[in-house]
Design a protein around this ligand. Structure first.
Ligand code: HEC
Ligand code: HEC
Length: 272
């Protein structure tokens, strides 16, 4: 009897052990099985979140945080700048993050004097972030800046519309994907940069249907996909009543331009 109890006890331990292992490995297992996509810009967002960047730059880098003593009285956000106003080239962004400001500014006595009056100054993160993390932060900030735009007029119009209609709130800056979506198949909102997009959008007809109707026939009629569509807590809105055909063409051109990825040359770190 006692022996039997001992066997049971052992087995209970073994079960508990494997259950714990299963729980610990779950995110890795799921990422492997589901082929989870994580873009550099999404990783950069997560790094910004845990590095405290948004405490000063506002949630999601929208700006508006009060900075008494500075001329603008606010900490700048990551978007809405003009290219000449803030450092937007990669090297200067890197210097801001690592040293608090680019060398040309730090050496300027006027700048040093000016920021002494600011209650909030940009901290130097050198030693707190790895090179890889800085790469990802730069990818996020550049995607978030809204300054990487297509030269094709129709696609450029699509970019404007995407900002106005709020596509990026769900799909991430420049459609980099990743915001959580409980109940959905992969657990996050898909982006437009890589294989998630290719799986969900096989051709332009499907792309148009996604935007017009918020879902596509191929998934709607598939029993398993249907189950996840109904379960997901965040869903793709149907835009058909709020955009005209020209605007739909523009959005399609923009999303295609993002997916084609030629702009990544402007955003070197996005390719690593
Ligand atoms: C304590 C507040 C504070 C924190 C925390 C902070 N910043 Fe800043 N940041 C500032 C201020 C103030 C400026 C404006 C400096 C200037 O105008 O020279 C600035 C400027 C910048 C700039 C250049 C201006 C722009 O918008 O392009 C970048 C890029 C930047 N910060 C990125 C970051 C990142 C990334 C993090 C987190 C790793 C971060 N900041 C954390 C206060 C902060
Ligand atoms: C409220 C959040 C939300 C907004 C706003 C939103 N989407 Fe979506 N979108 C989703 C979700 C969630 C899915 C995935 C739906 C599914 O799997 O059923 C999706 C799917 C898509 C897809 C197909 C798959 C992919 O890779 O993304 C495209 C394309 C798309 N949306 C484009 C847009 C465009 C363009 C806009 C702006 C006009 C937009 N979305 C606005 C949530 C949103």
């Amino acid at each position: 009897m006692r022996r039997l109890a001992a066997v049971f006890a052992k087995r209970a331990w073994a079960i508990a052990f494997f259950a714990a292992l299963g729980v610990l490995l779950y995110p890795y297992g799921r990422a492997l099985v589901l082929n989870v996509e994580e873009t550099p810009a999404r990783r950069g967002y997560e790094i910004a979140l845990r590095s405290g960047c948004f405490t000063c730059h506002g949630p999601d880098g929208v700006g508006g945080v009060k900075n008494p003593g500075s001329e603008d009285e606010e900490v700048p956000g990551f978007a809405g700048g003009v290219p000449m106003m803030w450092a937007r080239d990669e090297a200067e962004l890197r210097e801001y993050i690592l040293d608090g400001a680019p060398a040309r500014k730090r050496q300027d006595p006027e700048y040093r004097e000016k920021i002494r009056k600011w209650l909030l100054v940009m901290p130097a993160y050198r030693g707190f972030l790895s090179e890889r993390e800085v790469d990802d932060l730069v990818a996020y900030i550049r995607a978030r800046s809204d300054l990487i735009v297509p030269s094709d007029p129709l696609a450029a119009e699509g970019h404007e519309l995407a900002v106005q209609l709020g596509c990026f709130h769900c799909h991430g800056p420049m459609g980099s994907g990743g915001p959580p979506n409980p109940g959905s198949f992969k657990g996050y909102i898909p982006g437009w940069w890589g294989h998630d997009f290719r799986d969900l959008v096989r051709n332009d007809d499907e792309l148009r249907q996604w935007i017009r109707e918020g879902n596509i026939d191929r998934l709607r009629t598939h029993p398993i996909a249907r189950w996840f569509i109904d379960r997901q807590r965040v869903y793709m809105p149907a835009y058909k009543d709020v955009i005209n055909d020209r605007q739909l063409d523009a959005l399609v051109a923009y999303v295609r331009w993002v997916h084609a990825g030629g702009w990544k040359e402007q955003l070197r770190s996005a390719e690593r």
